[in-house]
Design a protein around this ligand. Sequence first.
Ligand code: 5GP
Length: 190
Amino acid sequence: MPTFKPGVTAIVGPSGVGKNTVIAGLIQRYPQLHIGSSLTTRPARQNDLPGRYIHVSKDEFMSRDAAGELLEWAEYASHYYGSILPDKKDVNLILEIEYQGAAQVRLKVPGARIVFMKPPGGTIEEQLAVLEERLAGRSTDTESARNERLVTARRELEIGPTLADLVVVNEDVETTVDEIAAVMYTHLES
Ligand code: 5GP
């Protein structure tokens, strides 16, 4: 069982790539890891993990950011999302965020590790086709919300890998969990 030292790992990737499943796999395997909570103006969904999001109005989001509560924030598909600063410094923190937030983490958190997850496919068109199929199987979004997410996904697939310390192709959840865990502990123990 590896010992993880305190640190921040941001897991970044387009909607539908499987970040939630991979993070659930990481935490199940390594219960000493914690996932950060975020403020969001997006309405709650039935399958949101308990404690993952605090749903607020735009005004509350802005005033809590002004009060210094957020490590980073970004607008995504017409809603605001921001990582709440952890209250303890000594945690192994996983942030599940989009790429603009990851760029802020890179600047603000020395030693943060940024992992970009992408779907299988040799070209961005092939990768988008995989995401489209996965998002279509999800009943959580309306068609227009899905389309907005796909437009954003193209930008994320273009820019995300340029920000990352590690790019993983999420074909098989267990393999992706192995790959991410390996960079976390070699990085954090060094
Ligand atoms: P969803 O609405 O699917 O839960 O999240 C939409 C996108 O926002 C995903 O790419 C997710 O990683 C990202 N996201 C969630 N929380 C945060 C956050 O606190 N900050 C940033 N920058 N992105 C976030």
